[in-house]
Design a protein around this ligand. Sequence first.
Ligand code: AMP
Length: 126
Amino acid sequence: MAIDPTQPYDDDNIFAKILRGEIPNKTVYEDEWVLAFHDINPQAPEHVLVIPKGRYVSWDDFSAKASDAEIAGFVRAVGHVARAAGMVEPGYRLLANVGQHGHQEVPHLHVHIFAGKPLGPMLMRS
Ligand code: AMP
């Protein structure tokens, strides 16, 4: 079910548990700002999630409240992960779902990185 992006941060969300090491993950990259790991239910041949280490519900929360250092660390890490995985050529897609219409399911900011095949048009046409 999609979450309410205005809710307070929930320390029991699944990505908070991953950050605390209470749930295993397949880490691809970690530094002082982020953890990047394989999505448990990949929707492309390569599907990596990048999350900030800080307690941010969504992109909205992060862009409003994170420090400049956290934002720079996060953005640079997303680029680094894709570059290190050889995704720049032939390309990749970034996605951050926010709130109900964005269909965000986990209330800790995450950017999806999809790659590994031609990904088609941006959104399903209905
Ligand atoms: P979203 O709909 O943008 O909130 O996406 C949440 C993503 O988290 C989905 O792609 C899930 O497959 C992924 N996910 C949920 N639980 C885990 C987990 N324990 N490890 C890795 N990915 C997960």
